[in-house]
Design a protein around this ligand. Structure first.
Ligand SMILES: Nc1nc2c(ncn2[C@@H]2O[C@H](COP(=O)(O)OP(=O)(O)O)[C@@H](O)[C@H]2O)c(=O)[nH]1
Ligand SMILES: [Mg+2]
Length: 382
């Protein structure tokens, strides 16, 4: 454990974001927390971990609010110090007045993240938990929030401790092997150690593989809609979003820049990118847009490649197919658009050109539901 200062200050901060709301929370941590609370409320006794209804007064004894106060006695608190939480009425003013009174009574304003810093320095949280907390606070999808909640509760910490413990035991055995090489040691000690080491290695490798597979599940999937100009990419984006987000027109090259939108799908964030139509172009601006389309394709987990069912395969489609052939490690979905028009495209020729498709990520097992809004709309002439 890293030791903290022997005389820590008592820090105070408003823990809730500013703005209109029913409740705001003022939080204190440090040796003077209880004394300051007693002065705020003119009340001597607080039972640790019990909510107490109190009236709070400023230094001039003017009533500020009627609040709920919670006192956590050291070391049974978030920071392991004496901690006080005052739940006052929301809005910006009441919490600010209570904060100011705490400062008047000797507390100092907490730095950003200082409560968690103290929790870490005092051994309440380890670095995996601090990391989880930082990610939990900015989580934008349900999966990320749930994974980080487990990590914050100590799941990763326990796993690391278990591995460390097993490795320390192996270290002890290997020192015995070296120091007492002449003694009558069990004959199978060496192979047993090798087997244990292999077990640890397998566990670490499988955990790493599972964690890597979960990354897009937590951070979200990136999906690019690509195709030649005018094939219906922007229409497809709008159909997925159920809103007219991107401009749609019969003029080729309408979408110059990539357009990104995030939707939440089965608890995961799905970042959908509509791209500029890919074709050989002399136009400087269009070429910049096409370069961004290619980059977006490289960075995506899933590529939705659109083809126009109402026209025969042309050199622009072939150019796209050549590019798609290089994206073997990606999940590729072929979309044959404009199925309301008489078909002219040899779809089997396109499928045969491409390597076998890898399995889609788990989120796309719901593909039918995902495409439902589009299917509904695509049936009507656009
Ligand atoms: N008939 C028909 N026209 C479509 C369909 N999807 C898009 N379009 C039309 O195709 C043209 C180009 O669409 P757009 O989405 O801008 O294509 P993008 O250049 O690939 O983004 C527009 O006139 C659309 O209305 C479809 O499924 N059927
Ligand atoms: Mg477009």
């Amino acid at each position: 454990m890293i030791s903290t200062s022997p005389n820590p200050s008592t820090i105070v901060a408003i823990a809730t974001p500013p703005g209109l709301g029913a409740i705001a929370i003022v939080k204190m941590s440090g040796p003077k927390s209880l004394e300051i609370l007693q002065r705020l409320c003119k009340r001597a006794h607080f039972t640790p971990r019990y909510a107490t209804l109190v009236s709070i007064y400023d230094a001039q004894e003017a009533l500020l609010d009627t609040c709920l106060a919670l006192y956590f006695k050291a070391p049974h608190s978030y920071t392991t110090e004496d901690v006080v939480e005052i739940q006052c009425h929301g809005g910006v003013m009441v919490a600010r007045l209570i904060l100011q009174t705490c400062l008047d009574h000797g507390a100092v304003l907490a730095q950003n993240g200082e409560f968690t810093k103290r929790a870490f320095l005092n051994g309440r949280l380890d670095s995996s938990q601090v990391d989880a907390l930082a990610k939990l606070l900015v989580a934008t999808n349900a999966n990320a929030a749930k994974v980080m909640a487990r990590q914050l509760k100590g799941a990763l910490k326990e796993f690391v401790h278990a591995i460390r413990h097993a490795l320390l035991e192996l270290l002890a055995s290997s020192e015995v092997l070296i120091d007492y090489a002449e003694e009558d040691l069990p004959l199978d000690l060496h192979p047993r150690m090798q087997a244990q080491l292999q077990q640890i290695l397998t566990k670490l490798q499988s955990t790493l593989a599972i964690s890597q597979a979960k990354v897009p599940h937590i951070e979200g999937y990136r999906l690019s809609i690509v195709g030649k100009p005018n094939v219906g990419k922007s229409s497809f984006l709008n159909a997925l979003l159920l809103e007219e987000r991107a401009l749609v027109s019969h003029i080729a090259g309408t979408t110059r820049d990539t357009i990104e939108e995030v939707i939440s799908l089965y608890g995961s964030a799905l970042r959908i990118v509509d791209t500029a139509g890919i074709r050989p172009s002399e136009d400087v601006i269009e070429s910049l847009g096409i370069a961004k389309s290619l980059q977006s394709m490289q960075e995506s987990d899933v590529i939705l490649a659109l083809f126009d069912l109402s026209r025969p395969l042309d050199t622009q489609d072939q150019h796209l197919l050549t590019l798609l052939q290089t994206q073997t490690h990606k999940t590729l979905c072929l979309v044959f658009n404009k199925n309301d028009c008489p078909p002219q495209l040899d779809t089997q020729a396109i499928i045969d050109t491409l390597p076998p498709l890898p399995l889609p990520p788990p989120i796309f097992k719901h593909q039918r539901t995902l495409l439902a809004p589009f299917e509904t709309r695509a049936q009507a002439p656009i």
